[in-house]
Design a protein around this ligand. Sequence first.
Ligand SMILES: [Zn+2]
Length: 387
Amino acid sequence: FFSSPHIAMASSPTAKQNALSFLPANGSGVCTLQLAQVNTPLPTVDQVSTMGSAKLGFEGNYDQFLAQSKSQDRLKVQMKNKVKKCSCGKPCAFTLTECNSCGASLVDLEITYTNNVFMGFIYGLQGMTVSLRYESESYLCFDDLLQLSVAHLNCIPTSIYCPDWRLLLKNPKEGLKIVNELFDTCWEAFVKQFYGNDAWRTRMLKGSPSPEALKKHVIAGFNYPPSQYQLHLQFIVPPMVPFHYFQYKNGIHYTPKRFFPIEYVRKVLELNHAVPDVESKGADDIIQLFNGKGVEYDSIHSHCYARYDVSHNELANWNKSDFSAVVVDGVAVYDIKTGSLIPDCDTKSLQATDKHALQSYGRPYDANNKPSTKYYSHPRKEALTAL
Ligand SMILES: [Zn+2]
């Protein structure tokens, strides 16, 4: 008696057709809908026009720079990265199993050596320009090419060579000073250029946070192994863009035992315990060493990782009317107006188009609607001194 109406419905041929064709299909009982296809120009932040140089530091490429150097042996080491290069073009850390730009599998790719992009910036090699946010004799701060969030910066030291954050452990006091300077440089550039831009702040951030309130939401840290071997602080002010929030929810970003939150790195360096043979240690060795000294990586990482989600949701202000499509579970794309599937939609090119629309990287765009970038104004001439 109780179930008969359901049986009657299930046997009716029209009842089998769902009005919502994107319902969960992967068996988990849940699907995700990610807004895509930006249809409205949203605020972005231009670079400061007086910063940077139109002139390169060296007229030539990596090999040519190396060939004329008086410090070739040291320079050779400094100018190469050990990576897995994804089919999308992104050089990824050799330990990653999925590309952190497009999500493609890296398992079957061979390890290769690529030119160190950050060294190209520091020497001002031909074509090695940045979307510049701050520069001095010691630091260079620029928009990260990936643009995980609405304000995603990177900062590198330009007067010392420090391939990755582990090396800071050789001299923890100096290391902590560098970490704090990297963070402060990004923060100041962010506050002046992004936060100080009223149109950008009021539209991109929910709830008019004060700078102090916002500072607690910053996602900052170092990757080990990195994709480029020069110390670079990842500085990400939430909200993440919808695609990368989806990737985060899938565990693609800030991955455990590779992403070292600044909260962790600071605590480790504050112990002032020098590790002279740190080059021979992997991520696991370092984690174990400092677990034993009371700075527990897993606990700090998982705490930070969960906080990133809270921060995103507290600040995210994405509006469905600014998008024309939804991506279901990262694969199928539906038109928001008609509700119908967009057949054979290339999600990668959709993502690239949205990135181009949402990013502050390379703003203002040039006459061809392409990012504009500049050379570092204080290019180095010889190999950097190791930390
Ligand atoms: Zn990729």
